[in-house]
Design a protein around this ligand. Structure first.
Ligand SMILES: [Zn+2]
Length: 729
């Protein structure tokens, strides 16, 4: 076993068998407490809180939500108990109080677990003066400080602050309070790596990386690549040390780091998932033009590496948006939809409030109502397995490295590309098509993981290793179907260009030249009939992708869509095709053995995301139906609305989750009200051998009449406001 494999095997107690599927017996016998937890709450103390915080009042509130565990500030930047650890700064207002101890006692009196919330990222000047080696430095030798609070110094994870000081603090807290776990705010995160110039780091650069890594993500730099591996190794080492330290007094205790990032991760979430017994996504809300479904996307990403182990998602009760207001409440409809997505996508919602003295209480009752409802129906949220038959490959390296400049964005011929836009487009098309799907991380493509899926969708996984290509080839030879787009397999995992697409044998064509684009006003000509194209009536052309790789010729009888190259879009006198027809295929639809394969050499998924063109999403949706041989989906919902579906095998039976995203604010904050949909006709194909006697709408709180036709069950939902769960038992 190499080091990485060893870390993987020894990670926590691996009670899962394959992706998303729990070994129920193992869970029941050996599950640590956090594996069965379904509700979390957090009150984040500020320095002044010891003056006024009322432990019983707060715990009355959290108990009314029936939460399993509450996160309470222990220490790190600031101790909220009378610490004796040198340079561990006590709150200036702590006085004779032991706020962490009082809050812990009050929580336990209400039968809630306590996780000590820590912060390992900053410390005060007294620590800096005594231990400058604990802290990050800039290239000019100055220490790094917090931009808003410059009296705080940024710690370096390669220093003994992480391997000695933080463990000393954990041990002290363990000794006095024995919490059920530790959580670190803000570390390690999933964003781009930090490059520090402290003496420790300089030594690493001299001895291990062979030079100073670039400040920004640059996968073409060999120093960066070595630094990436060293960095991920260090995170794993620290994570495991802290897990071990947490368990010194209590074998049932746990360390949980701070992850998240939604679909945009630079750090390798597969490797983080190998050391994490519990994955926390600090994904509290949305900003800018982020779609509302970002929380469910986070669930998909996290589950793709956690094999059924606990994933939590922090639900911010405050107004985080493009402008942050940390002390006013976000609209209840938005907060509830975020929590609902966490629950629907198989995560545990964790409600978060900042500051003990609350002036805006508008979050309290909506939070209580949702969590209390979750508790009442909790058995239906104990998931055994996902019912999805479609997998979406999570293209980790492409998301992290296809771009540059440390932000996962890149310039392609002047166009700024976010490397997750391909995945965004695929995701949005899957929503429109109301498909059930899981994500599978690109490093989890084993036959065991993939065997439950009929199709694997590959949204421009441009960076792929030979091993990943082999796994996909094996999947198709066992009958699995694939749909891939654009530069999939054009580069190796570090972005070195291959002479041709590694998967050209599956696609049935390779590239004949350099990538083309960005170009608008190009088209696809419908050359011949195909079931995928059957819904396009009254047109012989479809919108072309903004970018494409030109394909080598395919026989005319295999060409269903061909490229009509760009011609001027303005002025109108000039708008006519200069080359009305070419022999360049714009899509490949083919069968190989019992596998069906669709390949779009254009960035069809991203072009859909950017343009919103319903023709492009229809092309993706109908391609999936063709690959699945038009077999009905396990869950079919009929009726208007933008609805995301999740389906789970649960302890009592099955749960079908419907999230109603129909809202003018679906792609910008906030949901301020809901726009109910219904009636909806829901059809469910229960797995063979299951016995279903009843159906309930858990949000509406009433029974549903089941109608059976063949082996499919039908129920009608008269109305869905924000979220509904149909529980079949
Ligand atoms: Zn450093």
């Amino acid at each position: 076993m190499n080091r990485r494999e060893f870390l993987a095997v020894s990670a926590a107690s691996l009670i899962a068998t394959s992706a998303g599927k729990l070994n129920a017996e193992a869970v029941d016998k050996a599950a640590p407490w956090y594996q069965t937890m379904l509700r979390c709450g957090q009150i984040n103390f500020n320095e002044r809180d010891p003056l006024t915080m009322k432990p019983e009042e707060w715990m009355d509130y959290w108990a009314s939500l029936r939460i399993d565990a509450v996160l309470l500030n222990g220490g790190g930047i600031m101790a909220f108990y009378p610490t004796q650890v040198p340079y561990h700064h006590r709150s200036e207002f702590l006085g004779s109080r032991d706020l962490f101890g009082e809050m812990t006692k009050a929580a336990r009196a209400k039968k809630m677990r306590v996780v000590a919330r820590m912060d390992c990222n900053y410390a005060y000047e007294e620590a800096f003066k005594a231990h400058p080696e604990w802290f990050q430095h800039n290239a000019d030798g100055t220490p790094r400080r917090h931009n808003e609070c410059p009296w705080l110094y940024k710690t370096c994870m390669f220093s003994t602050y992480f391997t000695e000081q933080m463990p000393a603090i954990y041990r002290e807290i363990n000794q006095h309070y024995m919490p059920d776990g530790f959580y670190t705010n803000g570390w390690p995160g999933t964003e781009a790596l930090e490059v520090c110039h402290c003496e420790n780091c300089q030594k690493i650069y001299r001895e291990q990386t062979g030079g100073t890594p670039p400040e920004t993500t640059d996968v073409h730099n060999p120093v960066y690549r070595r630094y990436y591996d060293i960095y991920m190794d260090r995170i794993a080492t620290v994570w495991q040390l802290w897990q071990k330290t947490a368990q010194e007094h209590n074998a049932d205790s746990v360390y949980v780091g701070n992850l998240g990032g939604g679909m945009r991760t630079v750090k390798d979430v597969k490797r983080l998932g190998e050391v994490a017994a519990w994955f926390n996504a600090d994904n509290q809300g949305r900003t800018g033009n982020t779609p509302v479904w970002m929380c469910a996307q986070q669930g998909h990403v996290a589950r793709s590496v956690m094999n059924g182990r606990t994933v939590t998602n922090v639900v911010g009760s405050y107004s985080n948006s493009s402008i942050d207001w940390r002390h006013t409440s976000k609209p209840p409809a938005e907060m509830t939809m975020w929590a609902a997505q966490a629950a629907a996508s198989g995560m545990v919602p964790w409600l978060h409030r900042l500051g003990g003295q609350v002036q805006d209480n508008r979050w309290r009752e909506p939070g209580r109502a949702f969590f209390d409802w979750l508790a009442t129906n909790q058995s239906h949220f104990r998931n055994r397995a996902s019912l999805a038959e479609i997998a979406v490959l999570y293209p980790q390296k492409t998301v992290a490295f296809y771009g540059s400049n440390g932000t996962a964005t890149r310039k392609l011929n002047g166009e700024t590309i976010d490397s997750a836009e391909y995945l965004e487009g695929m995701y949005a098309a899957l929503l429109e098509g109301r498909f059930l799907f899981d994500f599978v991380h690109e490093d989890n493509l084993s036959a065991e993981t993939l065997k439950k899926y009929k199709a694997l969708l590959i949204p421009n996984a441009a960076f792929m290793s030979d091993a990943q290509c082999t796994a996909i080839r094996e999947y198709t030879s066992s009958g699995g179907c694939i749909l891939a787009t654009f530069e999939t397999s054009k580069y190796d995992e570090w972005g070195n260009s291959r002479p041709d697409l590694a998967l050209k044998d599956l696609f049935g064509a390779g590239v004949s030249g350099e990538r083309i684009g960005p170009l608008d006003n190009s088209y696809m000509n419908i050359d011949r009939e195909h079931p995928i194209l059957a819904s396009f009536k009254d047109t012989t052309i479809l919108p072309g992708a903004e970018f494409r790789v030109p394909l080598s010729p395919v026989p005319a009888e295999q060409r269903y869509l061909s490229v009509i190259p760009h011609y001027p879009a303005f002025p109108p006198e000039m708008v006519f095709p200069r080359t009305p027809h070419t022999e360049e295929a714009a899509a490949i639809f083919r069968e190989q053995g019992s596998s069906r394969i669709v390949y779009f050499p254009g960035d069809t998924d991203r072009s859909f995301w950017k343009s919103g063109s319903p023709d492009l999403s229809r092309l993706i949706i109908d391609s999936i139906h063709w690959m699945l041989r038009d077999q009905p989906q396990p869950i079919i919902v009929e009726g208007d609305g933008l609805i995301q579906l999740f389906g789970w095998q649960t302890e009592p039976g099955f749960a079908l989750h419907l999230l109603n995203y129909t809202n003018p604010n679906a792609t910008r904050p906030f949901f301020s009200k809901t726009y109910p949909v219904g009636p909806l006709q829901v059809e469910f194909q229960a797995p063979a051998g299951s016995h279903i006697a009843s159906a309930q709408a858990l949000r509406a709180g009433h029974k549903l009449q089941i109608r059976t036709s063949g082996d499919r069950l039908h129920v009608e939902l008269p109305k869905v406001a924000d979220y509904e769960v149909i529980a079949f038992s």
